[in-house]
Each structure stands twice: as structure tokens, then as C-alpha cells.
Design a protein around this ligand. Structure first.
Ligand code: ZN
Length: 117
């Protein structure tokens, strides 16, 4: 007879699984308790895996959402960039017109100065 560590019941030695690690060659817990314990561990592992998967899926979804937001932001920035380039072009054209007029005015001033002398 052997006392189970979990249920504390005195049971026949055949109600315990064999183990090379223990002194009497049998596990400290009876077969019934051992099976229950390993089933509980398996259940915990299973729920852990499910929640792990769930977390991974959530992470992937949040990454996808981030990518979508970033893509939207990029297209917004590209549109802004186009506007900036257009404005820069306009400014460049205006600057060119101003410098052209400036040259014209300088020429006129020179012509007036030449006439005076
Ligand atoms: Zn037991």
C-alpha cells in the first residue's frame, strides 16, 4: 500500500505508475490524480496557445491598421509635396518675371542716363 501525495488516500501499489526516479519505483501520486494533473496542465497549455494566437492575430491586425494609416499619411504627404512643387514652380516663374523686369528697368535707367549726358 502507498499513500498518494495529492488525494492522501492509501492505495494499492498497482494504482501508481512506475517511475525510475523514485525510491520505491513508483510515482508519489496515484494514477487517477496523475492523469487529472496532466490533463489540467494540458488544458492550461491549450488555453495559453489560444490566447497566444489571439494576441498574435491582434498584433498582426494592429500592424495592418498601422500600415494602412501610414499609407494614407504617405499619400497625403505626396499630395502636399505636389502642391509645394507647384507653388515652388509658380514662385520660380514670378522670380524670373521680376528679374526680367528688373533688367528692363536697369536698361531704361541706363538709356535715360545716356540721354542726359
Ligand atoms: Zn491520488
Amino acid at each position: 500500500m502507498k499513500k498518494c501525495k495529492i488525494c492522501q488516500e492509501e492505495k494499492d501499489i498497482n494504482d501508481f505508475y512506475k517511475s525510475h526516479l523514485s525510491k520505491d519505483g513508483h510515482r508519489g501520486t496515484c494514477k487517477k490524480c496523475y492523469v487529472k494533473k496532466s490533463n489540467d496542465i494540458r488544458k492550461v497549455k491549450r488555453t495559453e496557445t489560444v490566447s497566444d494566437l489571439d494576441n498574435k492575430i491582434k498584433l498582426i491586425i494592429s500592424k495592418d491598421e498601422t500600415i494602412i494609416i501610414l499609407k494614407q499619411r504617405i499619400s497625403e504627404l505626396e499630395q502636399e509635396n505636389i502642391k509645394i512643387k507647384e507653388n515652388a514652380k509658380k514662385i520660380g516663374m514670378i522670380a524670373f518675371e521680376i528679374s526680367k523686369k528688373n533688367i528692363e528697368l536697369e536698361e531704361r535707367v541706363k538709356a535715360l542716363e545716356d540721354r542726359q549726358t
